[in-house]
Design a protein around this ligand. Structure first.
Ligand code: ATP
Ligand code: MG
Length: 249
């Protein structure tokens, strides 16, 4: 048995004439926490969205437990369930309360019983610190940090194998960032497999097993947090970190 969940090979994505992902390969093993960093427009979101097929890749392969999900006839139902996603803008259902937000996909998509779905939702809401007093609140009554923690609990409740995070803290007021990063750090410690696009360099350094630096639609450099943050090899990586950290790595 291999512990490889995803193997992405030579992925390309074009929007019209604009080749946004030029040739990306990446392997994701069970329990790995991978951070993706890079300048605006380098293709980080497009890469995440291509992994979970919110965008259909133009070329390449995505092997999920060894099978290419881009093959004609591949049943995508399980694949889509097993990849959770957390967005910058939360994407909660505004008309549903906190508890229902964490329940709805379980009963509709996974056909879990109401009782089971409720129990799983409550467990995960508690896990992210959104305890009982919040369950009947509507998203509009919550702070950004609370909304994002509900979105994380909702993603967890589907029991995904991998959760993709696309800049989960960049829409938050500065004082809310910490609570969401702490939640994600706890999840990382618990063994959840995570791919995180982030501008939080300190978090990426402390929490990731591997850091990927994307530049102009390619992986320009990747390695351990130590390698990337303390001893980057490529000029582009150094330049980027210099800009973000305000000092030479
Ligand atoms: N749906 C789309 N249609 C056309 N072009 C797109 C689409 N989505 C993204 N792009 C283009 O792809 C390029 C990469 O965008 P992407 O959002 O992946 O970058 P990013 O690295 O996530 O940037 P940021 O840090 O600002 O979020 C940009 O030039 C963008 O305009
Ligand atoms: Mg983006």
């Amino acid at each position: 048995m291999t512990n490889t969940i995803l193997e992405i090979k030579h992925l390309k994505k074009a929007f019209g004439q604009n080749l946004v992902l030029k040739d990306i390969s990446m392997t994701v093993k069970k329990g790995e926490v991978i951070s993706i960093i890079g300048s605006s427009g380098s293709g980080k979101s497009t890469f995440l969205r291509s992994i979970n097929l919110l965008e259909i890749p133009s070329e390449g392969e995505i092997l999920y437990h060894g099978k290419n999900v881009l093959t004609k006839g591949y049943d995508l139902t399980t694949y889509r369930e097993k990849l959770g996603m957390v967005f910058q803008s939360f994407n909660l259902f505004d008309n549903l309360n906190v508890l229902e937000n964490a329940i709805v996909a379980q009963t509709t998509v996974l056909k879990r019983s109401r009782t089971e779905a409720e129990q799983i939702a409550k467990e995960n809401l508690n896990k992210v610190g959104m305890t009982e007093q919040y369950w009947t609140a509507k998203p509009s009554q919550l702070s950004g940090g609370q909304k994002q923690r509900v979105a994380i609990a909702r993603a967890l409740s589907v029991h995904p194998e991998v959760i993709l995070f696309d800049e989960p803290t960049s829409a938050l007021d500065p004082e809310m960032v910490g609570e969401v990063l702490k939640t994600m750090q706890d999840l990382a410690k618990s063994g959840l497999t995570m791919i995180i696009v982030t501008h939080e360099m300190e978090f990426a350094r402390d929490v990731s097993d591997r850091v990927i630096f994307m530049d102009k639609g390619l992986i320009a450099e990747e390695g351990s947090p130590q390698q990337i943050f303390e001893n980057p090899q490529k000029a582009r990586t150094k330049e980027f970190l210099q800009r973000f950290l305000g000092h030479t790595p």
